[in-house]
Design a protein around this ligand. Sequence first.
Ligand code: LMR
Length: 395
Amino acid sequence: MFETAPLNPPDAIFGLIEQFKKDTNPNKINLSVGVYQDESGATPVMKCVRMAEQKLLDAAGTKSYLPIDGPASYNNAIGRLILGDLYDHANVNSVSAQTPGGTVSLRLAGELLRRVFSVDTIWMSNPTWANHPKIYGAAGLNVEKYDYLDEQGTRLDFERLVSSLDGAKPKQAILLHTVCHNPTGVDPTPEQWEELCKVIAEKQLFPVFDFAYQGFGTSLDADAFPIRKFVESGGEALVCNSFSKNFGLYAERVGGITAVSKDADVAKAMLSQIKLTIRTMYSNPPLHGGAIVDTVLNDAELREVWEAELTEIRNRILQLRAGFVAAMQKRIPDTDFQYILDQRGMFSYSGLTADQVGKLMNEHAIYALKSGRINVAGINSGNLDQICDAIASVV
Ligand code: LMR
């Protein structure tokens, strides 16, 4: 039977990691996968994580099963992280479950939407993270796209976004990048979010918030604005969050799914459905990554260390953007690169074509996504000139 399996092409993002590893050029630079790199090009284990791991090591501990939805202390902490003061609001009732990373959380959301609510379609931005359509296709949903960028492909075209939702029908889902849109780095303004929340409510669409970059935009609280705005007036939502980026816990696979409703009994029923779905998919979550996050979020001292580290990362990425723009402006003075300064998070839609990206890779050993997405967090003072010279030579 196996001989009938067609050969699937390598993953658009992870395929490049494999290619990068094989490249023997000593000057190779990886701007492809969304992983934070420090000034030395390393992806360090954060200090708060090492401190939490030490604490966990010192405690007796056990490797027995976790509850299907993960520990209550973890789930309360992520509910509070996402909802802020709304977490204690009588009319905002949320339930959360620990998941192995953001991807599983997104898939769980798809399973719930299809199985429990017979949702058949999910709308997502064009462009979006390359894995989004695959995840929801695998969950049995039809994928529809809403417009996102302007003609130049560098800024949000909000009117176009809203009008491209004209065909959306009640009871369809809409996937939203809460902050630091992947792959473009282009986010709506708070005013546009308010408007979009209204459109979603009017159209009776069901929002799924992908929240992979909390803390990478403006601050932990400001980045949660779209979710809080939507649920404060009674809206229901699913939130899929990840701690890969803001805790640097990529390989630990740790995140969560949160269902928000205005009614406590509804939330309780949602948790029962989330647990049923988890039990049939992976039974219960892995221990280590969640225990780290749980320890940090529930310890005042460790939390302070985490927030300071996250602020440092966010500020450094802003500096990298500024340095990159200044260096490109010198090489190509007649192009306006302001949009790169306005984008947020690790990614920038550089405007490079697939052909130019190919040349960057083949002629300069600089790896970026075919779509033109570059990971700004892969730039450092040692490779900046090499990157900018190479880009200037291919455009
Ligand atoms: C990315 O977009 O590069 C990251 O989110 C990693 C991934 O899983 O694709």
